[in-house]
Design a protein around this ligand. Sequence first.
Ligand SMILES: [Zn+2]
Ligand SMILES: [Zn+2]
Length: 354
Amino acid sequence: MRPVRLLAIAPRPFEDELLSCWHWRVASHYSSSPRQIENWICAAPGGSNPHLLSQNIPTEQSATRLWALASRLQQVDLDRLSLQATGRSRASFVSDPRHRGVCPACLDEDAEEGSDHYFRRSWACVEVVVCPRHEIGLEINCGGCFRSGLFQFRSTPTGVARLFCRDCDAVVSARRFQRRNQVDLLQIASLMREAIGKGGSEFERIETASRFLWSPRPEGMQYIVSLGLPLPYGQRPLVTAVTSPLTSLPPAWRAVTIAAIADLLFGVASKAAPLSPSVREAFRQFERGTAPEYHRASLPPRAASVIKLRAETEYRQLARGIIGSQDWKALPSKEGRARNRAIGKLMHRALNNG
Ligand SMILES: [Zn+2]
Ligand SMILES: [Zn+2]
């Protein structure tokens, strides 16, 4: 048996923690990554499977065993943190870690208790878009700079792990502004959880409904944006999400999808926009497989995300317009973020008004 090096510091896992979160918390104490830690544990740089730690469902039990040995833990203590241990199907978890939100209020409580920030296992479930404890939406955007992307675990000088925004280096927290109460979505989520837990045809219907809602209508727009439901930040949805919407959407878009599914399948109509009979009929046809051709065909990946390019001369004209404008003259003189942001805003405005 290969000898295992022991880690000097390895925080104990929390009861409801996600396995990959624990890996990152351990690594943060060494300003390192889980993969580097594993290489060090095995004393075999570059020798381990690079995909071993990218998932919470360990492909090799041995990886968990190594981590447990190096951290003086029982393997069962780590096994139970994996998503596999929940007994739910893999298709019921958000696959892209960047689209699993966090509850900033839960993280604030961690900090108040003097413990590490940590990622709750339930936050990876497709139906969990609101924190049941604080009744606010899970977030992927920084409350300071509003950029989205993966937050990063870092160890603070006092030796606790905190989630930081990679862009503005602020600690993730709910203290900056008041969030909207979203208790209505909690009830919907619990109906979904129950159906997902039953598995089989109940879960299949949820998946079918989500595909229906994200399938294109004749004019190219998906159903989900034409139902009159309040949409996140007024943005257009990510069109690449059509193949497996629930597992690939960020929390705010999952929330809209889940609300529409609850109306379609569970008779819980949205107060803002109950579904029309024609939409229900379209769904029935979709389920039976008798929907029109345009609707049944799933979009090829990224097909709808192809950018509508304009003529070269039009771009030149837009650029001239920007350079000739007063706003261009008022740009911050120094290179840097403020200047880049201001240029981005001018480009955005020109492209959208053109
Ligand atoms: Zn919370
Ligand atoms: Zn930030």
